[in-house]
Design a protein around this ligand. Structure first.
Ligand SMILES: [Zn+2]
Length: 61
């Protein structure tokens, strides 16, 4: 098993080694913590929702 494996984050599109995988998609730690801090009034919130929706669409396809 290769250490330092990088995956492409679905939110920022960057290749990151640290993060979590939801279903089949990867979210890096920085996006994850940013999402946690983002509330519904934040202008970035719809962006996160849209990115995550792609994940659910794939999951239910
Ligand atoms: Zn990211």
């Amino acid at each position: 098993m290769e250490s330092g494996e990088r995956k492409t984050c679905i939110v920022c599109g960057e290749q990151q080694a640290e993060g979590m995988t939801i279903v089949t998609e990867f979210i890096c730690t920085s996006c994850e913590s940013e999402m946690v801090r983002t509330n519904a009034e934040d202008e970035k919130y719809p962006f996160f929702v849209r990115q995550l929706r792609q994940l659910w669409v794939k999951f239910h396809a």
